[in-house]
Write a protein that binds this ligand. Structure first.
Ligand SMILES: Nc1ccn([C@@H]2O[C@H](COP(=O)(O)OP(=O)(O)OP(=O)(O)O)[C@@H](O)[C@H]2O)c(=O)n1
Ligand SMILES: [Mg+2]
Length: 404
């Protein structure tokens, strides 16, 4: 097959291939960029495979970055764009980045391609638009099939993460996993326990955010992959309940993880432990902990002003997206209006603070001060007191006497 007109993103990349070829080597576009070109999907980065060794690439181009020399990878910098350029090699380079000796460079494109994960990812593209398809990847793209290149067992032994990639692509592309490949995953699922959690996390998150999460998730459950993921081994029932939800419109990582934690029924304390095991960032943990109580509020129709104030708009929007899955969401504009009409959105907007309560309200420092400040904040948020300095100082004195 020949692609007559490559997407615009390739225009500046073609001269890069030409330059490598002029130096006497082979060079091809490979991986996701070829797959996505043929699917007509957006392309995020361009990878190049070449017969040239890293040192040879570095001799051809003025500006390069050593991103992974021992694995055969050099980044070529050209007019502000970086092209990851990798010498033809076998699978072992993916397997264990801490063992550079596991890489074997090979002489031909064919040898490189036959050790790639799936046929749809084993296509190569010439600078002139010609597609090299040694494993029927084009036919599989056409019939929406994820199929291991050659023997699935071999491919999954080379890199067990590929099993997670299979379910991720099933969701992301809305493709079906080929039966023998699926059987290979079932058989080799325990190998996943050897893979770094960070890598599994990336794939699982992409699965949850894909086009058809329910299909990827079904394979993730049926093959038993979930058993080798942090905190999921005894959660088959809770995970399976997700398969009946058709209304997925998750937009970002925090929504995806909040949905998962919520579905697993984790308390806010358990959320931190669970996500730490998945090695997500602390920032994500903070966001998820804000979202979950708001989802519960939407479910129970108990979302009051104080809950919205405490959560903030971002978390509220995320919670509403999660709630959509379950049919508990409020109409977006209605929720936004409710939030916008809160008298204050943040404690900074209060006309008093701890300091002024002491200086002008005559409240003594101590735990009582904090309680009074909280009560006043709640009263203002709920619209029971105006956010007016004198009003709040008077109310503070009254509270101090009552609580005295
Ligand atoms: N475990 C892996 C990871 C990658 N690859 C090969 O390396 C290519 C590039 O890998 P990567 O960028 O991780 O994935 P993409 O397929 O490009 O998908 P994405 O769109 O997510 O980048 C893949 O297409 C595949 O040919 C592989 O065989 N086995
Ligand atoms: Mg890629």
């Amino acid at each position: 097959m020949k692609i007559d007109k490559l997407p615009a993103i390739f225009a500046p990349a073609r001269p890069v291939l030409q330059k490598i070829e002029q130096a006497g080597f082979e060079a091809y576009f490979v991986g996701g960029c070829v797959r996505d070109t043929i699917l007509g999907d957006p392309i995020h980065d361009i990878d190049i495979a070449t017969s040239a060794y890293p040192s040879e690439i570095k001799a051809i181009f003025k500006r390069t970055v050593d991103t992974g020399i021992v694995h055969g990878t050099v980044m070529i910098l050209d007019h502000g764009t970086g092209y990851e350029t990798t010498t033809f090699r076998t699978e072992s380079g993916y397997q264990d980045y801490r063992r550079p000796d596991s890489v074997t460079f090979v002489r031909s494109l064919a040898e490189d391609l036959k050790r790639r994960d799936f046929t749809i990812n084993a296509l190569a593209l010439r600078e002139n638009g010609e597609v090299i398809d040694l494993f029927d990847g084009l036919a599989d793209l056409d019939r929406h099939l994820i199929r291991a290149v050659g023997d699935p067992n071999e491919r999954f032994h080379e890199d067990a993460l590929r099993m997670m990639r299979a379910v991720r692509f099933a969701s992301k592309l809305d493709f079906v996993i080929d039966q023998p490949t699926l059987a290979g995953i079932r058989e080799n699922a325990p190998l996943l326990s050897k893979i770094a959690v960070e890598r599994i996390q990336v794939e699982f998150e992409k699965l949850l955010l894909g086009q058809r999460p329910v299909s990827g998730l079904k394979d993730f459950i049926d093959t038993g992959l979930y058993r080798y993921c942090p905190g999921l081994v005894d959660q088959e029932a809770a995970l399976s309940q997700l398969l009946v939800l058709n209304n997925w419109q998750l937009e970002n990582a925090q929504q995806a993880w909040a949905m998962l934690c919520f579905q697993l029924g984790l308390s806010n304390k358990q959320v931190a432990g669970f996500l730490k095991r998945w090695k997500t960032s602390n920032d994500l943990i903070r966001q998820v902990k804000r979202i979950i109580p708001l989802v519960a509020g939407l479910r129970d129709k108990s979302l009051d002003a104080m809950a919205m104030f405490a959560g903030g708009w971002d978390a509220l929007h995320d919670a509403n997206q999660v709630a959509k899955l379950y049919g508990w969401a409020e109409e977006d504009p209605v929720l936004e209006k409710r939030y916008q009409t809160l008298p204050i959105k943040s404690s900074n907007e209060l006309t008093i603070d701890g300091r002024s309560l002491m200086a002008d309200g005559g409240i003594k420092p101590g735990p009582q001060l904090g309680r009074i400040l909280n009560d006043l904040t709640t009263a203002v948020v709920e619209g029971r007191l105006a956010n007016n300095r004198d009003t709040l100082l008077t109310a503070a004195r009254t509270l101090a006497e009552e609580k005295g």
